[in-house]
Ligand binder design. Sequence first.
Ligand code: GLN
Length: 454
Amino acid sequence: QAHLDRISAVDADIHAFLHVSDHALDVAADIDRRRAAGEELGPVAGVPLAIKDVLVTTDMPSTSGSKILEGYLSPYDATVVARARAAGLVPLGKTNMDEFAMGSSTEHSAYGPTRNPWDLERIPGGSGGGSAAAVAAFEAPLALGSDTGGSIRQPAHVTGTVGLKPTYGAVSRYGAIALASSLDQVGPVTRTVLDSGLLHDVIGGHDPHDSTSLAHEWPSFAAAAREGATGEVLKGLKVGVIRELPDSGFQQGVSQSFRAALAAMEAQGAEIVEISAPHFEYGVAAYYLILPAEASSNLAKFDSVRFGLRVDVPGGTVEDVMARTRDAGFGDEVKRRIILGTYALSAGYYDAYYGSAQKVRTLIQRDFAEAFAQVDVIATPSAPTTAFKLGEKIDDPLQMYLNDVTTIPANLAGVPGISIPSGLAAEDGLPVGIQFLAPAYEDARLYRVGAALE
Ligand code: GLN
């Protein structure tokens, strides 16, 4: 009830939610009854959960921020949602996002932007700005996001929250409306590292419905966060800093906060090691070929027949109906990426664009492999700037894309990454995050390090 009250009080301004559940209190009451009847319930039972609208749910519409899916009700729950319900989490509602998770500001939502609770004139990051804003504004204690190129970590950075992208394959993608299938991962957005671990423990683990789901025994991430909180992990921890990451393009307060966080780690016994990751900076270029290519294929299913919107064209052909529906249902950014993707995949261009991008992806994976032979984690600023103003980058897609420079390489390489708050930028008083990356399967290491710094 407290969270529903908070949503009523602030969400008209923030617009974190696209849909608020009308039966959250019934679900909560049921959990109370089960607890009163002596049932053993897990640590998160009864805790409200905000769900990014990219995840399908049977009891609330799932739009992925697009008009083409307005009002769409899924016949099944995403695996992460089903697991959340089974653990007694109480779905509060569906959160706003850039259309089909394409964006860094939530301004590409077909339902209007979300605003940053720290400053309503500024963006909450994206694509999962709704989940991050809901958590930052105390509308929800826990939220689910998805991260294809930074959509969990960059919103966490600009809202002062914790966001973690798991190892690729660690959390099921079943029921996560696909953006780029080789990059997408679902993960938690929370206020603390321990909260993130508690939620990750619920949603993670092998799922036979997802062919890329890893069959791996994961440790408890909540336990890792508790272990990390002692700070012991920092003693002798080797933290890699990327030599090639250009200082230019990073806002002063972001760089300052990053250096201060490194100094604090050093003071507690960590060793800062300069590493070379020469291909890291080509991540954005490779990503904006690979992602549109995969997205153009994934979005082909919105054809006016199988899902969502259909615009009737009296006397028109099937193709007319499809074309008019896709024209009316997709926003500009989605159309831009479909065109980019189909172009990059077309005969004659495939090797030059998609093929080259895949090679760069392999080089980035090798950079990571070499780096992790020398260090335990890599640290970067989570994003180049603090929250920018609404409207500031909306007409300049390239500027928007460059916001992902530090987050994208982890998706290309499949490694886990966390963004945790590292203070406020001196010049604007807005939140800044620090990102840690670990080798694949070492998500628990990120919980230890993150909790140590909290
Ligand atoms: N900002 C990135 C993009 O626009 C990230 C998207 C994501 O992680 N879903 O593609």
